[in-house]
Design a protein around this ligand. Structure first.
Ligand code: AMP
Ligand code: GLY
Length: 428
């Protein structure tokens, strides 16, 4: 089977790494991929002219006789890539543009949850700055208030405003100054939920749902969840993130009503759905939906997948997930992100990375590349992004997994490199 994977980050590296292990897979093409992804067996990275658009990608998939396409990031899903491929009868894993509104419009997602009684924070939606400013004058939620830009804002569109002034400033930035363009033209204002966060991803073929093991990410840049939010400084997966009772409750009160709601609204959801949850005293509540694999949760979760990922993904457009038995390791896994100096603020690129060569001595550790490239002169790996590498390990228990990952982090070096030292520690 020939696969096409769209994307270039640590999540896509993990997908390609796992797919390449499948005996069913002969060839993987990754657009655009990365120098790190290109090191995986059977894999080729290709840059396509972006102006070719989805019709160019469809042509490419036909010319290369691709059997199945897997989309990593949200932007192509929100822009209708799946619709374009389906129109050409090409097999693809991912929701249609209409279904991807669960991620691309927070207003759509909140109204959807309200229609189907899916537990989530109390909220109000505002279409104009005047309406929003008027709402906060009367708002009775306790501080902080959560203000969310409606559209995609690269993970920066959610602000927890600690007081009235910060809320007012945020609304002006989003709605009047339009710092995120049209994405912030409308907003959701919601109550702040308290508890522990959990990422719960499932495979869906429109008829059947197969849950993955639970995981948790660490969004803040510094230890102890301090400092600004990032794209994710690490993640871990461990069975005791959820008790069996919590898992059943999530399936019953959140996952099942979501898919039956989608079906009732005429949407056959064929892809990965990510439920960002808060485990509150009132039970699990939905913070957000993502219409794709999480990053960096996927790196930790795929480390525990024993089944053939290619077989699972192939079953999605064919709507036969029910015929597969998916098995997961009982081990735990931890992914630690090594970031560039200054990230999530501005940072320099082009720092040479040392220590990547001798890592085969650690069989339970895999280093996924998120922001690296080959230098033009010596062909060595150097940094090219804020999040550079995801050092991912499995072990018997979180403590062992974390210890193995941190041992490898100490062997890697680039100027300015920083990482959190407490990934998974809260549950150890
Ligand atoms: P989102 O992009 O909607 O996932 O929001 C990003 C992050 O903001 C979440 O992972 C939470 O840490 C936080 N967040 C979002 N909504 C809420 C809420 N209602 N209460 C508390 N924290 C929230
Ligand atoms: N880790 C959160 C996300 O993928 O959006």
């Amino acid at each position: 089977m020939k696969l096409l994977v769209i994307g270039s980050g640590g999540r896509e590296h993990a997908l390609v790494w796992k797919l390449a292990q499948s005996p069913r897979v002969d060839e993987i093409v990754c657009i655009p991929g990365s120098a790190g992804i290109a090191t995986e067996p059977k894999t080729e990275c290709v840059s396509l002219n972006e102006e070719a658009g989805f019709s160019g990608w469809c042509r490419f998939a036909k010319d290369r006789q691709i059997d199945l396409t897997v989309v990593g990031p949200e932007a192509p899903l929100a822009a209708g890539m799946v619709d374009a491929f389906q129109k050409e009868s090409l097999n693809i894993v991912g929701p249609t543009q209409a279904a991807a509104r669960l991620e691309s419009s927070k207003i759509f997602a909140k109204d959807f949850m309200s229609r189907w009684n899916i537990p989530t924070a109390d909220y109000s939606t505002c279409d104009t700055a005047d309406q929003a400013l008027d709402f906060i004058q009367r708002c009775r939620y306790e501080f902080p208030w959560v203000i969310k830009a409606d559209g995609l804002a690269a993970g920066k569109g959610v602000i927890l405003a600690k007081d009235f002034n910060e809320a007012q400033d945020t609304l002006l930035h989003f709605m009047t100054e339009k710092i995120y363009g049209d994405a912030g033209a409308r907003v959701v204002i919601e109550e702040c939920l308290k508890g522990r966060e959990c990422s719960f991803m499932v495979f869906s073929d429109g008829l059947h749902v197969v849950p993955m093991v639970p995981s948790q990410d660490h969004k803040r840049v510094f230890d102890g969840d301090r400092g600004p939010n990032t794209g994710g400084m690490g993640a871990f997966s461990h069975d005791s993130i959820l008790s069996p009772a919590q898992r059943d409750q999530i399936m019953r009160t959140i996952v099942e009503p979501t898919f039956s709601g989608l079906r009732s609204e005429g949407i056959s959801y064929r892809g990965i759905l990510y439920f960002g949850l808060m485990l509150t005293a009132r039970g699990p509540q939905v913070l957000e939906f993502n219409c794709r694999f999480g990053d960096p949760e996927t790196q930790a979760v795929l480390m525990r997948l024993e089944s053939d990922l290619a077989e699972i993904l192939e079953a999605i457009p064919q709507q036969r997930l029910d015929r597969l038995k998916t098995t997961w390791s009982t081990k735990s896994s931890v992914c630690i992100v090594l970031a560039s100096g200054g990230y999530p603020g501005s940072f320099e690129k082009g720092k040479q990375i040392q220590g990547l060569e001798g890592l085969t001595a650690h069989p339970d550790v895999k280093v996924f590349h998120a922001g690296t490239r080959k230098s033009s002169d010596q062909g060595e790996f150097e940094t090219s992004g804020g999040r550079v590498l995801g050092v991912t390990a499995s072990g018997v228990g979180l403590k062992q997994a974390a210890a193995q990952a941190y041992e490898v982090c100490k062997e890697i070096h680039f100027e300015g490199m920083h990482y959190r030292t407490d990934i998974g520690a809260a549950l150890v």
